[in-house]
Design a protein around this ligand. Structure first.
Ligand SMILES: *[C@@H]1O[C@H](CO)[C@@H](O)[C@H](O)[C@H]1NC(C)=O
Ligand SMILES: *[C@@H]1O[C@H](CO)[C@@H](O)[C@H](O)[C@H]1NC(C)=O
Length: 317
């Protein structure tokens, strides 16, 4: 009797175990499926991240700077003012700028054409640039278009007027004069973002030297390293400083001067209206790093360019 019971028990035992295992698997599956369904978005993100990781490693991901981790809508907007005019290299120059600018958070590009209208080339270019922009134009009177005259005065002043009309005390911002013949490091924009009054830094390939820089001691500007007119109050280039938007708004009459201003003196004449050398905020590691270069694109050789169109189609260059 005992042996009969034992044999039945031994026959049933594997079946019982199999059933228990089956139930267990089934429970796991029924739990897993709805979870996967509900969190499919999180899962996709996870998969995307996994897909991204090898690519990131291959290409060398940009270093995530502190500002990229911060709440971006709390950052002051950088307003870059770029005067520009029609010439063979215009689109190439603007392309180089846009490719840097579209990587900068909270950035607004004010492009001012020296033209009687907004040209189709620049309009189309800006629409596709991927950068937030305002497109203005003002024609420089012919009498000012001579050698020995400062350039782009009317264009920069129009941009300042636009800012004064369209921005208020409530708008945190930093204003920067970004000429179209320079090369800009992305780090420069992170440096200038914290400008409280007027900030300043070195510029490459200006003043007749490899670089020009403010000489800094104890965190203050005490002089200028330059190869040209060291007697300038502010021996800096247009690309060498930024101004807090509130300083622009608080000094409504500060403009670039046409009268009495010589080429190369515009920066100094403008800065004199809004700040003092002792108040300047040195950036780029106390003005020891070059983050912007006055590269200028070589004038292309177009001696074989026909005076009348010879190609069968019209191509924008
Ligand atoms: C970011 O900052 C802005 C302004 O300070 C605030 O309105 C917004 O709620 C913040 N967003 C987040 C996600 O913290
Ligand atoms: C700049 O110089 C000042 C004074 O010497 C110093 O306190 C500060 O840390 C320096 N800043 C940088 C970014 O090197």
């Amino acid at each position: 009797m005992k042996s009969v019971l034992l044999s039945r028990f031994l026959i049933l035992l594997p079946w019982v175990l199999i059933v228990i295992i089956m139930i267990d698997i089934d429970i796991k599956r029924t739990i897993w499926i709805p979870v996967a369904g509900r969190s499919s978005r999180a899962l996709q993100q996870q998969q995307q991240q996994q897909q991204l990781q090898p690519r990131v490693a291959r290409t060398g991901a940009p270093r995530v700077t502190q500002s990229q981790n911060q709440n971006q809508s709390a950052l002051p907007v950088i307003y870059a003012i770029t005067p520009t005019y029609t010439r063979p290299v215009q689109k190439a120059e603007l392309t180089r700028l846009a490719q840097a600018f579209r990587q900068v958070a909270r950035f607004h590009w004010i492009v001012v054409e020296d033209s009687t209208t907004r040209t189709d080339l620049v309009s189309r270019f800006l629409a596709r640039s991927g950068v937030s922009f305002t497109h203005l134009h003002v024609y420089t009177p012919r009498r000012y278009k001579r050698a020995g005259m400062p350039r782009a005065t009317e264009q920069r002043n129009l941009a300042l007027t636009w800012l004064r009309q369209h921005r208020t005390k409530k708008d945190p911002g930093v204003v920067f004069f970004a000429d179209d013949d320079n090369t800009y490091s992305l780090e420069l924009f992170e440096e200038m973002r914290s400008t409280r009054g007027v900030s300043i830094w070195p510029v490459g390939f200006v003043g007749g030297r490899a670089y020009e820089r403010p000489v800094v001691s104890g965190g203050k500007v005490v002089g200028w390293y330059t190869g040209w007119r060291p007697d300038r109050s502010f021996a800096t280039d247009m690309a060498g400083f930024a101004v807090n938007l509130q300083v622009i708004l608080a000094n409504p009459r500060a403009l670039f001067k046409r009268r009495g201003s010589q080429p190369g003196m515009q920066e100094s004449d403008f800065l004199k209206q809004i700040t003092k050398v002792t108040d300047l905020e040195p950036k780029a590691s106390n003005c020891t790093r070059v983050l912007v270069w006055h590269t200028r694109t070589e004038k292309p050789h177009l001696t074989n360019e026909p005076s009348h169109r010879k190609d069968t189609i019209v191509i924008e260059v």
